[in-house]
Write a protein that binds this ligand. Sequence first.
Ligand code: DAH
Length: 347
Amino acid sequence: MKEQLQSIKNEALGEIAKVTSLKDVNDLRVKYLGKQGALTAILRGMRDVAPEDRPVIGALVNEVRDAIEAALKAKEEAISKTLLEEKLRSEQIDITLPSIEIKTGAPNILEHVIEEVEEVFMSMGYDVVDGPEIEEDKFNFELLNIPKGHPARDAQDTFYIEDEKVLLRSQTSPVQARTMLAAGGDKPIRMICPGKTYRRDADDATHSHQFMQIEGLLVDKNISLSNLKGTFDVIAKKLFGDNVETRFRPSYYRFTEPSVETDIPCFVCKGKGCPLCKNTGWITVSGAGMVHPNVLRNCGYDPDVWTGFAFGFGAERLAMLKYGISDIRKFYQTDLRESAVFDRKEN
Ligand code: DAH
């Protein structure tokens, strides 16, 4: 029996030395120490051993079991350690690698310019108001002194939605009429309204079927064209710097009298004349004028008591001039590279 135990021990230790997986270790544990295991069988045979030999054999069985258990445990630990090392090696992260640059984007330039204009006007006591983009013909044209059939309508090729009554507003000027009517004809008004406008224009570098205007209206007593000029100078300086020149040029709108267009020097040729400014050296940024007496009257204000001025900036035009953007379509395409223009100028 002693030899038998010795050979079980040798065989077990030999096998344990060879295995390389935790499963194999476990199989060996079952094979030698399990219920049906070799050593268990020997223990069962103890009853046949002579009583005087039992302590010796018993001690030997314990020793063999302890040796096998110790070998199994050591093997198990060794395999686990190797597995862990392999895992760590395969999942190793090189923390010295340069990181991937994450593009965070930048504020939309158009939105930024509009906010700047809003801030300047708010500091001068203007309210920022909103109006509907789906508008009635009455507000978009009639109350603004552009009756049905008038040729002035042709200048704004309009998207009509319902007959001749409902349309996508072709300008933000209807918000003037809405604001005056809501004010009730007896209060001064200072408001600007930035918003989307729509025209049946073919898209090209300077035209878009959808664009933004910033409408402005001031109604009070004793307002004159010089107030408009001063106001335009303030906003032009804020957007384009203190040295910017401004120019008023006579124009014609049905809702203002007199009417002007307001210009600043061309940003490409700096006033010398180039294809962009059609050799005039100037670029128009808004239409404006003194509110026409008919418009005041139509909207509940007595033109003998109240006067006012109004203006409509092209928001994209302002942003294009300020940031040197040559194509209006860039505002409506989602090319992230364009936002770099903003990064560069602002930082
Ligand atoms: N609504 C005009 C346009 O779209 C611009 C404009 C001109 C607005 C004169 C005004 C104004 O308020 O007084 O061309």
